[in-house]
Design a protein around this ligand. Structure first.
Ligand SMILES: *Cc1c(COP(=O)(O)O)cnc(C)c1O
Length: 228
């Protein structure tokens, strides 16, 4: 079934184009991040063969095993970290990923900025906002967002976007709208929001990056429940 991933990519791309046009947006302003966590290697290669170059991963170690060799062969890959980052994994993360989407605490900001200095280049960063104020979930709470973004900027971190994962049991639209409001008042252009089940809604509300896993690759093989 090597065509399945290519077909899914084509269909998701078409859905993005349709909803972008209906929203008066340019589809080229929306980046599809193919979330490859929990997928077998063949599906990664199927996606690459279909021309997909932007991928998201939740865990640093799994991302290394998926992408270190593939990236050496394909310098044009763009890898996004979309899962929680522990400070002891920061160095590995900045070496592999082009974009860190889960910046969510001052200590992590400090470590990331120090790691950028060490490797001699900064990575684009998104601040994760816990729009649902869920205590078990990562991210800065909305009422602390402005101060935290200011902290990131004063530390020299390039904050290019905000990211959120709405609560599973709630309608996502108000969370997407809230993320956009916080981004606008802080003059941040990037909005990473929307997954397989709700990326079209996210695009109507301004998403610049949608993170689609099962909708591109099919069911995950191992090791992942709901995103946290
Ligand atoms: C797993 C994950 C996704 C992809 O979820 P799907 O429902 O498979 O599209 C997107 N974002 C984050 C943060 C995730 O952890």
């Amino acid at each position: 079934m090597t065509d399945a991933v290519a077909n899914n990519l084509r269909q998701v791309g078409q859905r993005i184009a349709v909803v972008a046009q209906a929203s008066g947006r340019d589809a080229s302003d929306i980046t599809l991040i193919a979330v490859s966590k929990g997928q077998v290697e063949q599906r990664l290669d199927d996606a690459l063969a279909a021309g997909q170059l932007v991928f998201g991963e939740n865990r640093v170690q799994e991302a290394q095993s998926h992408w270190t060799a593939r990236r050496a062969a394909r310098r044009d890959l763009e890898l996004h970290l979309i899962g929680p980052l522990q400070t002891n994994k920061v160095r590995d993360a900045v070496e592999l990923f082009d974009v860190i989407q889960t910046v969510d605490r001052p200590k992590l900001v400090d470590r990331l900025v120090a790691a950028f200095d060490k490797i001699g280049t900064a990575r684009d960063c998104f601040v994760q906002i816990n729009t649902g104020e869920e205590s078990q979930k990562a991210g800065i709470w909305p009422d602390a967002a402005d101060d935290f973004i200011a902290y990131c900027r004063s530390a020299g971190m390039p904050v290019v976007g905000l990211m959120c994962i709405p609560p599973l049991d709630e309608a996502p639209a108000p969370h997407f709208a809230l993320l956009r409001t916080i981004a606008e008042r802080n003059e941040i252009a990037g909005l990473s929001m929307g997954m397989s089940a709700d990326f079209e809604m996210a695009i109507t509300l301004g998403a610049t990056h949608v993170r689609v896993g099962t909708g591109v690759f099919g069911a995950r093989q191992v090791g992942y429940g709901a995103p946290a």
